[in-house]
Ligand binder design. Sequence first.
Ligand code: GDP
Ligand code: ZN
Length: 310
Amino acid sequence: MTSNPAELGGVITSGTGGVWRVLGDDRNEYEAVLRGKLKTAPAMKLAVGDRVRLERDTRERGWAIVEILPRTSCLARRAPAGGGERIIAANIDQVIVMFAAAKPEPHPRMLDRFLVIAEANDIASRIIINKIELVGGGEVRDRFADYEKAGYPVHFVSVKQRVGLEAVDSALSGRTSVISGPSGVGKSSLLNALFPGLGLRVSEISESVNKGRHTTVGAFLHPLPGNDGGAVVDTPGLREIGLWEFPIAKLDECFPELRGPSEACRFTDCAHVSEPGCSVRGAVDTGDVSRARYESYLKLRREIEEQAND
Ligand code: GDP
Ligand code: ZN
């Protein structure tokens, strides 16, 4: 590659329209604007994580994004009031949902909601429980046993005591991960502990969004040090993501442990509430499916139904 290329590939690291920041394949940072006539068809809305092709453009006095490459995945939310789909980030390999064992108290229903959003987008997730030194190790493992049983990898860590960080480090390596979770759980502490010098400011970003700025879904992609291609994307939070217009028939699939039982229900459109021959309720009664997760499922289901009736 020449030192002054006229075209190169890269990945979008930030931007909300107008000027986009691009990490070039040569590891340099570029600013670029979207060329009006994209070579991509059909036209896609650009998002953080998108792989693009840049061309030097003398008329536009800089770089132009001339092509958006096909996405391997897409983390999207539905905007309320018919706003359509909003892309939060593209080409995401995994969603990492982080909670604290205490301070703040974990909120399992919120955790379930994050997992459903990832499942609905066909993106793998893993869970990190931080601050385990504040509670007994055995107790915290019991509290999250439902998730391990459902197949989610769960990491129990203490950033403060540097416990369990190696496993998180290798889980992040070589992948593009979205880090989400409520504020105060230690997301920026974790990333700064693993990657000193990355200068992540997760809390600041969420603060600025709370001020109601226009940049509602400003995600930032931070390439990780090293050459394995790993990156973390922090976003103002999946918390604001609603399940608007979520196809209710898809909800069963978003709870991995319900997939098997729900296929065995007598009625194919079983809502698993009070229908006869419901295998999901059967599995809850025998303890094969966690009651807490089942109740979470019912709650999300009601929520989606209510929104559909609005
Ligand atoms: P974020 O909002 O998720 O990015 O959370 P921060 O990284 O800003 O951390 C919130 C607070 O939790 C800070 O006061 C950290 O010092 C503290 N914290 C982070 N990790 C741990 C931990 O393992 N144990 C304890 N007790 N506190 C932690
Ligand atoms: Zn059923």
